[in-house]
Design a protein around this ligand. Structure first.
Ligand code: ATP
Length: 346
């Protein structure tokens, strides 16, 4: 199979500061990949290299089997790539229609084609006559997407396109955009700060850390078997405990727990997700006392102090419970781990 995108051994520095180091991954045609990572880790730089706005110092980038950077060079306008920036970056002094038309070859720049593109992103064609500042933030983002779609790119790069939108609009805009891209079978790469967005939007999630690709995998792989503790903590809530691992079992504050066998042995750390921790009121499991209850609407967070510890004792754990609970501070409970923990070397 020819990959839609292959990034291999890409390095990039600016003014002596290394921004990307040995970044390598491949993307299947028609798939959606979310790139996540802390601020400044190089996500936007990577997208700009793929788009052709910057050149890598080392390594290669190939689009649909054609090398476009490193051992060959195709500038941005010679790549079949759409790019939507965080703020949409519409041309402010012209109409929505002209903005969308900018993405079209001159002979295809017709009102009918512009209307069709606006409809694709669920905007009424009458918006073509408006100026960008007469649209809401979510509508502007959709115009930016329509402009990028006009070029009929094989690859769409979205750089935090929803981050300026409030929660409701964000979910709605995201759904519309995901739908449009899926229907057109356009390979998509999305940079986002929002972990739930990455997990729900993408087929694969790439986690970056300080210019390197820490892990790439399906949302389930990334969430359930993160490669290291920083990745585990970046992609969701994580309970990390000192432990002693022997084969597929570990002893830790939460008792004797099952671990996914990954070669880690002896003194180590284990990670479980809060929803893997079950609270019992029949005495089963490791005993402890509820110390606080945080109500979050659809779920509750229970802080539990354990009676005994293990190693450097994180004696308090936070447990997630869906729905209501009658538990209150001072109640005695048992806790136990469901499923498997993940072990890491110290
Ligand atoms: P954020 O999530 O905050 O957008 P990011 O992961 O997208 O961050 P980048 O925008 O890729 O990170 O920036 C990574 C680093 O590269 C930053 O320290 C930034 O200042 C630096 N950088 C990016 N572009 C340039 C440039 N053209 N010249 C010099 N430094 C740059």
């Amino acid at each position: 199979m020819t990959f839609a995108l292959e990034v291999d051994g890409v390095d990039k520095s600016f003014g002596g500061a290394t921004i990307l180091r040995g970044v390598a991954f491949a993307v299947e045609p028609g798939s959606t990949t979310a790139i996540v990572g802390p601020s400044g880790c190089g996500k936007t730089t990577l997208l700009r290299l793929i788009a052709g706005f910057e050149k890598p110092d080392a390594g290669t980038i190939a689009l649909a089997g054609r090398v476009v950077a490193g051992g060959g060079w195709a500038p941005a306008h010679r790549r079949s790539v759409g790019y939507v920036a965080q703020d949409g970056a519409l041309f402010p002094h012209t109409t929505v229609g002209a903005n969308v038309g900018f993405g079209l070859p001159r002979r295809a720049r017709t009102p009918a084609r512009i209307a069709e593109l606006l409809e694709m992103v669920s905007l009424d064609p009458s918006y073509a006559a408006r100026r960008p500042d007469q649209l809401s933030g979510g509508q502007q983002q959709r115009v930016a997407l329509a402009r990028a779609l006009a070029r009929e790119p094989e690859l769409m790069l979205l750089d935090e396109p929803f981050s300026a939108l409030d929660a409701g609009l964000r979910a709605n805009t995201r759904r519309i955009v995901a739908d449009v891209l899926a229907k057109a079978a356009i390979t998509t790469i999305l940079v986002t700060h929002d972990q739930p967005e990455a997990l729900s939007f993408a087929d694969r999630v790439a986690v970056m850390s300080a210019g390197r690709l820490a892990q790439i995998g399906t949302p389930r792989e990334i969430y359930s078997t993160p490669v290291d503790v920083p990745t585990a903590e970046f992609i969701g809530d994580a309970v990390v405990l000192s432990a002693h691992v022997d084969g597929d079992r570990a002893r830790c504050t939460l008792g004797d727990v099952a671990v996914a066998a990954n070669g880690v042995h002896g003194n180590a750390r284990v990670m479980v997700r809060p929803e893997q921790i079950e609270v019992t009121t029949d005495g089963a499991g490791v005993s402890g006392t509820v110390v606080d209850v945080e109500y979050l609407g659809s779920e509750m967070l229970l802080g539990i102090r354990l009676d005994t510890g293990y190693g450097e004792v994180p004696e308090r754990v936070t447990v997630r419970r869906f729905g209501a609970t009658a538990l209150t501070p001072g109640d005695r409970v048992g806790i136990r781990v469901l499923g498997k923990a993940v072990a890491y070397d110290l």
